[in-house]
Design a protein around this ligand. Structure first.
Ligand SMILES: [Zn+2]
Length: 321
C-alpha cells in the first residue's frame, strides 16, 4: 500500500496515529472527520496496516500488509452505505463477523457513518461497547454534525483538513501537467484521484474552451447567450455534476478578471488569457461575478439546469447593454 500521499498531505494525522500506536495508546474506536478527498480512507487503511502487520507496523512486506494492498485481508471489514443509508442488517453482519473470539487482531471500517439509520446506529453502539480488546473500529464522515452524539462521544475524533489547492496543483505539475491546466484542476477539486482523472478528461477540455470563448464574448459586450447556444449544445446532455464543473470554471475565470483588475495577478488561474484586453470596469466584472455565483448556487438545488443557463446568460446580457 502506498501511503506517500497520506504522509505528505496529512502529516498531523499520521503523527497522531503513529504516536498512539507506538505508545500502545490507540483507541478502539475512531471517528475520522473531514471533507471528501481528504484521504480519510487512506488514513483508515494506514491504521489497519499498523495493527494488523506481523512486523511491528505497516511494513508493507508481511502477508497481512500484502493482503491489505489487494484489499482482500480477511481481518479487515469494510462497510459502506448500501444505497443512501447504512442499514441495521449491515451492522448485524459486522457484529456476526466479530462475534467469535479470535487471537488475531481485527479492524473494521464504516464509511459515511452519518448515513447510518437510527436502528443501525443503535446496534452499532451496543457493538462498540462490547468490542474485544484486539479489535479496532474506524468510522468516517464528511459531516460530523450528522453523526449521532452517542457515537461521537464513544469515539476518538480525528480531523482531516482539506488538502489545499496549492498542494494539488504542485502534485499535478510534478506529474507533468502543464501549469494552467494544473491550476484549473486544483480549483475544481482537492481530491487527488479525481484531479488525476480530470487531466485526461475530454469534457473538461471542451468546458475550458467554452468558458474562454464566453469570457471573451462578455469582454467585447457581445451576446454570451448566443455564444453559449452556438458552442455549448453538448452541455444539455450532461448531468448535474458536470454542470457544476462548468459553473465552477465560469466562476473561476470571472474571478480571475476581478483579481487582475485589483492587481492580484498571482491569484489568477487562467494564466494564458490575454487580460490586457479587459474592457469592462471592475464594478461591471464584479456584478457579472455575482450573477454567476447566484446561479451556481441554484445548480445545487432542484432547479432545472437548462433554465439556469438561459436565465444566467440573459441577466449577464442585460449588464452588458
Ligand atoms: Zn507488515
Amino acid at each position: 500500500m502506498d501511503f506517500s500521499n497520506l504522509f505528505n498531505n496529512q502529516k498531523t494525522v499520521v503523527r497522531l496515529i503513529k504516536n498512539s500506536f507506538d505508545h500502545n495508546r490507540l483507541f478502539h474506536t475512531y471517528l475520522f472527520n473531514g471533507p471528501r478527498g481528504s484521504l480519510k480512507m487512506d488514513g483508515a487503511i494506514y491504521l489497519a496496516s499498523l495493527v494488523l502487520c506481523e512486523n511491528g507496523g505497516a511494513c508493507g512486506q508481511c502477508e497481512e500488509c500484502q493482503k491489505l494492498d489487494k484489499w482482500g485481508n480477511e481481518h479487515l471489514f469494510i462497510v459502506s452505505p448500501d444505497g443512501d443509508t447504512i442499514k441495521k442488517e449491515q451492522i448485524d453482519n459486522l457484529e456476526h463477523e466479530f462475534g467469535f473470539r479470535s487471537d488475531k487482531t481485527r479492524v473494521f471500517i464504516i464509511q459515511q457513518i452519518d448515513k447510518a439509520t437510527l436502528s443501525a446506529a443503535n446496534t452499532l453502539l451496543k457493538f462498540l461497547e462490547e468490542l474485544p480488546d484486539n479489535c479496532f473500529g474506524i468510522l468516517t464522515t464528511e459531516n460530523i454534525n450528522k453523526v449521532i452524539p452517542t457515537i461521537r462521544s464513544r469515539s476518538q475524533i480525528v480531523t482531516f483538513l482539506p488538502i489545499s489547492s496549492e498542494v494539488v496543483r504542485k502534485e499535478l505539475e510534478e506529474k507533468g501537467i502543464e501549469n494552467e491546466l494544473a491550476s484549473i484542476i486544483s480549483k475544481l477539486t482537492n481530491n487527488m484521484s479525481i484531479a488525476s482523472r480530470y487531466t485526461k478528461s475530454k469534457i473538461l477540455e471542451k468546458f475550458i474552451e467554452l468558458v474562454k470563448a464566453l469570457s471573451e464574448e462578455i469582454e467585447y459586450c457581445g451576446d454570451p447567450y448566443l455564444k453559449f447556444m452556438e458552442m455549448g449544445q453538448f452541455i444539455y446532455t450532461l448531468d448535474r455534476d458536470k454542470a457544476r464543473i462548468f459553473f465552477d470554471l465560469l466562476v473561476t475565470i470571472q474571478d480571475d478578471k476581478v483579481n487582475y483588475l485589483i492587481n492580484r495577478k498571482d491569484k489568477m488561474t487562467f494564466k494564458s488569457l490575454e487580460y490586457s484586453n479587459i474592457n469592462l470596469s471592475k464594478e461591471t466584472e464584479i456584478e457579472i461575478l455575482e450573477i454567476i455565483l447566484k446561479f451556481r448556487e441554484r445548480v445545487d438545488t432542484n432547479a432545472n439546469i437548462d433554465m439556469i443557463y438561459t436565465q444566467m446568460f440573459v441577466e449577464i446580457g442585460k449588464v452588458l447593454k
